[in-house]
Design a protein around this ligand. Structure first.
Ligand code: MG
Ligand code: MG
Length: 271
């Protein structure tokens, strides 16, 4: 069922399928975060991800998406998003962002995280922590009856409160369900109270992309990899979530988001 400018409203049974897909994504990212190490190639991570997704009975969302060759995106250091897995060898001190999507019975989950490999400078750790917390602030700002940009505003406000970071504006979060990318857009900046209403059965992927320098980005010649124009470090975190009558339910978090949401003082809506 579609309402308000093509926003897909899911039944409870469909949300359960999305939770199944979300768990595959969450488990795969958890595995990758433990696998990533100096000496591994980004293709090694892709193999681990694809094996884990398929052995869980799911399909990688990214493989073949507009011709994308990998099952995950791996973006290192100044690469912000959409890095193609390949021969690149991960080194000590790298900042590695991994984006993963999986499909179960036609329903999607989409999430991303950024990992510091070995010894990274404190600024890099800070950037990663700010980006992750911005995601959770965004999720915590979503309430039934609110609007999509309540999330955007919370994400931006938190990042601005932490220092002079850049927020990518050309890439945004999105609706998700029977397709990976659906309306509405979920920007990572802006005033609250705009966009479609947050209702039960809506599912959104929230994904701040934060950089240590200027928010200007450019695309590499491979037509996929987005890098910072000034070469500064980037971090990316993402979760797929929905709202129930009880509160927020983070479908790609292993615990449904219960711990982080509780920490932020907002009700957990999962089961
Ligand atoms: Mg993603
Ligand atoms: Mg996404």
């Amino acid at each position: 069922m579609f309402r308000e400018r093509g926003v897909e409203i899911k039944t409870a049974a469909q949300i359960e399928k999305m939770r199944a897909a979300g768990l595959v994504v969450g488990e795969t990212l958890d595995l990758l975060a433990r696998t990533v190490r100096p000496g591994a190639t980004t293709r090694d991570l892709d193999r681990v991800a694809e094996d884990n997704i398929r052995s869980s009975g799911a399909t990688p969302s990214f493989k073949g998406y507009h011709g994308f060759p990998g099952s995950i995106c791996v973006s290192v250091n100044d690469e912000v998003v959409h890095g193609i897995p390949g021969d690149r060898v991960i080194a000590d001190g790298d900042v590695v962002s991994i984006d993963c999507g999986a499909i179960v019975d036609g329903w999607h989950g989409d999430a991303a995280l950024t990992v510091a490999v070995g010894q990274v400078p404190p600024e890099a750790k800070e950037l990663i922590a700010v980006t992750e917390q911005a995601l959770w602030r965004g999720l915590a700002a979503a309430t039934l009856g609110g609007r999509v940009t309540d999330i955007s505003h919370a994400v931006e406000s938190y990042i601005r409160s932490q220092g002079s970071y850049g927020i990518l504006e050309d890439y945004v979060g999105h609706g998700i369900g029977s397709a990976m990318h659906q309306p509405p857009n979920v920007p990572n900046h802006g005033r609250p109270g705009k966009g479609p209403k947050l209702v039960e059965g809506l599912a959104l992927a929230v994904e701040p992309m934060v950089v240590a320098g200027s928010p200007e980005s450019r695309m590499l010649a491979d037509d996929w990899t987005v890098v910072t124009a000034d070469g500064s470090l980037a971090a990316h975190f993402e979760h797929t979530f929905t709202l129930t009558a009880d509160g927020a339910w983070v479908l790609t978090a292993l615990d449904g988001g219960e711990a982080r949401l509780t920490e932020l003082g907002v009700p957990f809506g999962g089961s």
